[in-house]
Design a protein around this ligand. Structure first.
Ligand code: ATP
Ligand code: MG
Length: 432
């Protein structure tokens, strides 16, 4: 390896020592007697200073001939310099061009010129060089790491289930069909059925972080056609138990990002407010009342529109759960209350701006599940591989699915979900 340090690992106290950094030619400023090359690596910026009087002529020529955004390796001596980034500059012994950049560049990376999101996504590799974009994906990494940490500590086992499947999970959402040799198959819309099989298998608590595919035609700022879902399923717990796990997870993730992601939050110019526990719980009926009070029309049994979600979100003003949903608008696997089967043990976790997660205690009786599937107009025989697991000892169980992108966009106050996905898939975008 040629690199000895990231730009931020070098300190003024290292004055006099020799180091090698690798990165992109962020800026070249030629002032005649003195030339500055600012090198940008993953972690930050380093100033390379060339004094015309003392510098090797070959090194100066290389730097003067450099095109912006070319990749270079710079070996030089550290010199304490209060005015430079991180309090030091490098006086180079050698500068090597490792990857030349053509000009003009397809987009500006300094943040001085605003590019629209479409342009940025077309050349995402360039967009990633911007500090703001990099900060989002560093935070995304922290979020994923925190989720794994938290669920592992809570006794959840990480699983990965198939994404190529023979049947729809729950009807409703449109699927992407694909050719599977001589048969038709689909991209999975949710790991729901598989994680429930794990409960019959005795794994007790499982989680999966993986893609879900939804052939939704709409083009909104909160829907993707390929999203990442954080899914859990746990035996011998009811819906209320898993709501507690979910709210604790959210707070754990926020706290971790606030603690370990300070630098990235600063780059994004934001301060993270950690939500208070426990989150408010309101019933579906109470949600309907809030919507009606605002003058909007809603019938009992209607799903909440985006507008209704905003109205309730404004009223509550922080994270909250909506519980006790009408059975008919929740999937067949949500468990109806025994004494009031028109509502079920399902919940949605809401951020004031949008839904983050849906969950429920599940039906675990074979007979009830079969009739629920049929009641929802689905063909029960198509679910044979799933239903079988309920006939040979299925424990009561509950779980939820949490959208990773929605968690991040609401946490960071980002308007468009595409900002928090490297290469988003939507109605119009399939490349890169
Ligand atoms: P919505 O009504 O907001 O479209 P949903 O109720 O259809 O969402 P669920 O099937 O309940 O979504 O999925 C669980 C979670 O997965 C959602 O709360 C959301 O965070 C995330 N999710 C679902 N579909 C998408 C999508 N198309 N794009 C991004 N995230 C999604
Ligand atoms: Mg939902």
């Amino acid at each position: 390896m040629i690199r000895t340090h990231y730009s931020t690992q070098i300190t003024p106290e290292m004055d006099g020592s020799s180091v090698t950094i690798c990165g992109w030619a962020h800026e070249i400023r030629d002032l005649g007697g003195i030339t500055f090359l600012i090198v940008r690596d993953r972690e930050g910026l380093a100033q390379v200073t060339l004094f015309k009087k003392t510098i090797d002529k070959n090194v100066l020529d290389i730097v003067r001939g450099l095109s912006r955004e070319s990749v270079v390796a710079v070996t030089g001596q550290v010199k304490k310099e209060a005015k430079a980034p991180n309090g030091y500059e490098l006086v180079p012994m050698s500068v090597t061009v490792l990857g030349k950049a053509e000009s003009p560049l397809p987009m500006d990376t300094t943040g001085k010129v605003d590019a629209d999101l479409d342009t940025r996504l077309d050349v995402r590799f360039m967009d990633m060089r911007r500090p703001g974009t990099k900060a989002i994906f560093r935070i995304r990494h922290l979020v994923l790491k925190s989720v794994r940490e938290f669920l592992d500590r809570e006794g959840f086992i990480e699983i990965i289930t198939p994404k190529i499947v023979a049947t729809a999970t729950e009807g409703g959402t449109a699927l992407f069909p694909m050719t599977y040799f001589e048969r038709e198959a689909f991209l999975n819309q949710s790991p729901q059925l598989f994680k429930q099989l794990m409960m019959s298998g005795g794994f007790d608590r499982v989680f999966e972080i993986g893609p879900i595919f939804r052939a939704e035609e709409h083009d909104t700022r909160k829907h993707l056609n390929e999203a990442i879902s954080i899914d859990t399923e746990a035996s011998f717990l009811d819906h209320e138990d898993v709501m507690v796990i979910l709210e604790n997870l959210i707070v754990y993730v926020y706290s971790n990002v606030a603690e370990r992601g300070t630098e990235y939050l600063k780059t994004l110019g934001m301060e993270l407010k950690i939500p208070d526990l426990p989150f408010k719980r309101i019933t579906y009926d109470e949600a309907v009342d809030i919507v009606r009070d605002s003058g909007e029309q809603i019938e009992w049994g209607d799903d909440l529109t985006t507008e209704s979600e905003h109205t309730i979100g404004k009223t509550i003003g922080e994270h909250y759960f909506i519980v006790d949903w009408p059975t008919k608008i929740k999937p067949f696997y949500a468990l109806p209350y025994e004494n009031k089967p028109e509502i079920c043990r399902a919940f949605d976790l809401m951020h004031p701006r949008m839904e983050l997660s849906s969950g429920a205690q599940r039906v675990h009786s074979y007979e009830l599940l079969r009739s629920r599937i049929e009641e929802q107009g689905l063909y029960a025989d198509g679910f044979d591989f799933y239903l079988k697991a309920f006939r040979y000892g299925m424990p009561p169980h509950s779980g939820w699915g949490l959208g990773l992108e929605r968690l991040i966009m609401t946490m960071l106050g980002i308007e468009n979900i595409r900002e928090v996905v490297l290469f988003p898939r939507d109605r119009r975008r399939l490349s890169p």
